[in-house]
Write a protein that binds this ligand. Structure first.
Ligand SMILES: [Cu+2]
Length: 174
């Protein structure tokens, strides 16, 4: 048995714990994942959430059909490769639920949309806004949202209650 690595690991662990205790996220309990849900209504149930830097954001697909989660820049219309997921459909309750997890290190506002159910419509110059994709069913709004990465615990405290739960009972369908 090598003792030195174990001692080093223990030292690292205590440092890591100390780091957690002093971070804003720890004081709000915000290091737990934040969940964003999709179902057959073809919307993101929590279209705006705030998270601490590096806090996991988990997109939970409770729809039988697949969706995409693509980051984009509203002022240029260019895709943001930091957000790029395509959680497959989930047959229903009792099955493993398809998810896509993203962690964003830098504070900022990160917009995303589902390219199956929304399009990026040009507005002025190179600017874009997500719009409902013609011909797809679901809620009339665009399937899109934004993640606010912030160190402000007051913003994080405003997340909808459903964003604290991975699977929402009764939300399967479509
Ligand atoms: Cu979609």
């Amino acid at each position: 048995m090598h003792k030195a690595p174990l001692v080093l690991f223990a030292a690292f662990l205590s440092l890591a714990l100390a780091g957690c205790a002093s971070s804003p996220a720890a004081t709000t309990g915000a290091t737990a994942p934040i969940y964003i849900h999709m179902n057959g209504g073809n919307e993101f149930l929590e279209p705006t959430v705030a998270v601490a830097p590096g806090e996991p954001v988990v997109f939970v697909n409770e729809d039988t059909e697949p969706h995409t989660v693509l980051g984009y820049h509203p002022t240029t219309g260019k895709l943001n490769p930091l957000i790029n997921g395509d959680p497959a459909g989930t047959p229903g309750a009792g099955h493993p639920v398809a998810t896509y997890t993203v962690k964003l290190a830098k504070p900022g506002i990160y917009a995303y949309y589902c390219s199956v159910h929304a399009v990026l419509a040009k507005t002025y110059g190179t600017a874009v806004q997500p719009a409902h994709r013609p011909g797809v069913h679901g809620y009339p709004g665009a399937m899109a949202g934004e993640i606010i990465v912030t160190t402000d615990p007051k913003l994080i405290a405003q997340n909808p209650a459903t964003s604290a739960k991975k699977v929402l009972a009764g939300y399967f369908g479509g």
